[in-house]
Each structure stands twice: as C-alpha cells, then as structure tokens.
Write a protein that binds this ligand. Structure first.
Ligand code: UDX
Length: 466
C-alpha cells in the first residue's frame, strides 16, 4: 500500500490493523523501527506517511469511508480440525468480511490480497451478501463487488517487484469493478502487463505460481544431492539447463531448502484442495515437493555430523544467517530453524549470527526461554536442558575455538569473510559448510580449512583422493 500511495498521489490509503502496537510501530518517527525490514520501504513511508498514507486502528471508520478494501490478513495452515496441517485457516478473512459487511456504506469493491484457497471469493461474497438480508430498513443496503488481486512480490525485493511487476493479475466477474482496480495500477504499470481473469483462475494462479517456484527449488536440490555423489557440480548443471529458454535460469540455485511464509503453506493448501476434489494423485505429486524440502534440511545436519567425526557433543559451531533468505528479517519456515534445532539436539553449542534477525526472534524459533535478566545484551549464552546457543556479532570472538561454520543465508557480508584470519582462531581441523555457494572457495582452502559446498561433487572427489 506504501508503493500504491507513492504512485497514486490523488488517492488516500488507510492501512488499518486491530493490533495497536503494530500500528504504533508503523507510525514511529524512527524509521529504523518499522515492523518490517524491506530495502527502500522506509524512504517511501517517509515520503507518503501523513500525506496520502495513514496507519490506524480505527478499522470500522476506515471501512465505512472506503471505496475499495484490500483484505491482506494472513491465512496460516490450520493446526487442528478438518484439514489440519494442510488447509488454510480462514478465520481472519471471515472476520474481515463480517466487519466489512457491517460497516461498509454505499458500493464497496472488496479485493482479496491475501493468498486464498480457490473459491474463497464465494465465501466472502456470501458473508457480504448476508448484510443485505440482515440490515434494517433505515440504513441504505450496501452493495459489493469481490475481486481477486494476488500479490507476487518476494521479500527483500518487494519494492522493485511492485514497481516493475512481471504482471498484475486481477480476477472477477464485473468488468466495471475490474476496470476500477486496473486503472489504479495503470498509474505505473504498463497496461499490457495487467491480466484480467475470472475470480477462480486468479485465486488458483497464485497458488500455482508458488507451487511451480517451490517445485523448481526441490528439483534442483534433488539433483544437487546427486551431484555430490557423482562428481558433478550443481552450479554447472544449473547453468547448462538454465540456458534452455524453455527452462530459464531463475530459481535454480541449490541451497538448504526453501523457507518463507508462502511456499510450504500454499503447496499444502493445493494438496488439500486436490484431495478434497477427489484428485489424490495430484495431491501426492505436489506433496513430494514439500517432502523433498524437509529431507534436504535433515540431510544437511547428517552431513555436518558425519564430517565432524560423527559426534557434535560440546562442539562449537558458527551459524551464518538465520533469516529464510538475505535482505529480510523474516524467519518464518527458515531452514535455519530446523538445522539449528537438529544440531542442538546432537549436543552442539551454536554461535548464531544474522545481520537483521534479533535474539528474541531466534529464541522464539528455537523454543528456548528468553533470558529475563539480560534481554538487552545480544551476546549472551543460552543454556537450556543442555542445549545452548548464543547470538553473536561477526568478529574475531565468533570464530574463537569453533570447529565449523555453517552458512545458511546468503547475506553479502558472508562472501567477504577473511577466512585466513578466521582460521587462526578456529579449532583444527576446521570446517566450512556452505549451503548457499557464496563463500570464497579459494580463500577457504588457502586458509587450510575443509570446505563442503552444496551440490559440489568435485570437492568430494578431491577429498576422497586425499
Ligand atoms: C515467494 C515468491 O517468490 C513470491 O512471488 C510470492 O509472492 C511469495 O513467496 P518469498 O517467500 O519472499 O517469495 O521468497 P523467494 O525469493 O521466492 O524465496 C523463497 C525461498 O526459496 C527462500 O528460502 C530462498 O532462499 C529459496 N530459494 C529461492 C532457493 O533456495 N533457490 C532459488 O534459486 C531461489
């Protein structure tokens, strides 16, 4: 909505949320304290906030004043009940629709921005329609159009993705409403990039796009494991297949597995839908993408264990990166969570570095209780049921006495580490496990450290010869 506000100066954008603390953070004068870290976002907020972009908790007022309402609440995977573990929990979507139905005035276009299971538009329509039946005769009956306008931005590149989208997708059945939303985008998006479809195609296209992207990552990670045992190099394989214009070169970087709030959730949702509609073969096909991803994460732990003589008890391991990818402070479904938990369970002592993720977030994710007395100090030890970790800055102390470094997020700073200096402090034989292919391999070997790199069968062959 910040990018919308920046590009459409004659439209007022009111962002509302029931969470008052979150709204206060969005209104914070200190732009480094915004709730989300996203490169370039602070500058846009600075330009628009208080002019045509406001943040407030007065949800009902904003609904009654709005011509268009974007529902942008989260739709996590259900944890209990029918479809638990796969289906989306739509309670927040329903709650929004109910409030809109109660407080909207005149004609309102309701836009699904959240990623939703196919045919959720029907549910929203049903709830909105109910206001016609229940409204008393003194109040003019509000009317609604429902559109689907899924968001394809990726974290870390969100501003650029919004400014220069590959396409904008708008689904619905009323041409007038489709045009109203299309015209807003035309303020900065070329009209040939705006695609209009029916509501269901739009909803399904969003799930499908994420499923295809995630599938590419599982595909390349499966080949990566094969490269490691055959003497091939996954970077070379990616380059070779990526030159085929039918395949394309993007999303072929092998790594620790996909994370983030969308891929797993959306695929599981697709699986649920396929099974619900009596297509178990389709469900199983997509479920395999998630299974491969989980397997990939557990195989990395095993590799570390095997190379460190089958024993991690009391060994110190440095973890570089906790966010699910670089340029974000988001840790949802981050491979680092599973891998760190596995290493802690093996008795390792972890030193965790991430330029943007704070210690409390790591404590939540690793399910270790927060240290009440020393909340402000980032460099303190956690010991919990013999499992311990600490968050540390990336300085000499980080490398002091450690047996191995595991690179889990592709932060640029990690590609510039002076391994010769680092090796001086590490315990011998020191190891570097690079799951993102970003470390300077020459420097690591010059430093006399052992290197394991994802999908690098050539390195494995060399090691066997030694
Ligand atoms: C994704 C989609 O890209 C976006 O279109 C959708 O709107 C939301 O979900 P996001 O989750 O922000 O965006 O991140 P993305 O860049 O897609 O990366 C997802 C995960 O895949 C990350 O863990 C990333 O490290 C991993 N990844 C990505 C790879 O392992 N290899 C790749 O080549 C690309």
């Amino acid at each position: 909505m910040s990018v919308f506000a920046d590009k459409c100066k004659d439209i007022a954008f009111n962002v509302v949320d029931v969470n008052k603390e979150r709204i206060a953070a969005w209104n914070n004068n200190d732009l480094s304290k915004l709730p989300i870290f996203e490169p370039g976002l602070d500058k846009i907020i600075q330009r628009c906030r208080g002019i045509n972009l406001t943040f407030s908790s007065d949800v009902h007022k904003a609904i009654s004043e709005a011509d268009i309402i974007f529902i942008s609440v989260n739709t996590p995977t259900k944890t209990k009940g029918i479809g638990a573990g796969k289906a989306s929990n739509l309670k927040w979507v329903e709650s929004c629709a109910r409030q809109i139905s109660e407080y909207a005035k005149g004609h309102t276009i309701v836009v699904e921005k959240s990623t939703l299971p196919v045919r959720t538009g029907q549910v929203i329509k049903g709830i909105l329609e109910s206001s016609k039946i229940s409204s008393n005769s003194t109040k003019p009956t509000p009317t609604f159009d429902v559109l689907s306008n899924p968001e394809f931005l990726a974290e870390g590149t969100a501003i650029n993705d919004l400014l220069f989208p590959d396409r904008v997708l708008i689904g619905g059945d009323n041409k007038q409403a489709l045009d109203v939303l299309g015209e807003i985008y035309k303020n900065w998006v070329p009209k040939e990039k705006i695609i209009y479809t029916n509501l269901w195609s739009s909803e399904l296209a969003k799930l499908t796009a994420n499923a295809f992207l995630a599938q590419r990552i599982s595909s390349i990670n499966s080949i990566s494991a094969l490269c490691e045992v055959t003497g091939a190099d996954v970077r070379e394989v990616s380059r070779a297949i990526g030159k085929d214009s039918r395949i394309g070169s993007k999303f072929l970087a092998s790594g620790p597995g996909f994370g983030g709030s969308c891929f797993k959730k959306d695929i599981l949702n697709l699986v649920y839908l396929a099974n619900y509609f009596g297509l178990p073969e389709v469900g199983r096909f997509w479920e395999g993408v998630v299974e491969l991803n989980s397997w990939n994460q557990s195989r990395l732990t095993k590799l570390i264990l095997e190379n460190l003589f089958g024993n991690l008890t009391d060994k110190k391991i440095g973890i570089l990166g906790f966010a699910f990818k670089a340029n974000t402070n988001d840790t949802r479904e981050s491979p680092a969570i599973v891998i760190c938990k596995n290493l802690l369970n093996e008795g390792a002592i972890l030193r965790i570095n991430d330029p943007k993720v704070d210690r409390n977030q790591i404590a939540n994710d690793l399910e270790t209780p927060p240290d009440q007395q020393n909340q402000k100090n980032d460099n303190l030890d956690y010991s919990y049921q013999k499992k311990s970790w600490q968050k540390m800055d990336l300085n000499r102390n980080f490398f002091e006495g450690i047996d191995a470094v595991v690179v889990l997020t592709e932060w640029e700073s990690y590609s510039k580490i002076d391994w010769i200096e680092a090796a001086k402090s590490m315990r011998s034989p020191g190891w570097v496990f690079d799951t993102r292919s970003i470390v300077d391999t020459r420097k690591v070997s010059e430093a006399g450290l052992n290197l394991w790199r994802v999908g690098d069968g050539v390195l494995n062959e060399q090691r066997k010869r030694i």
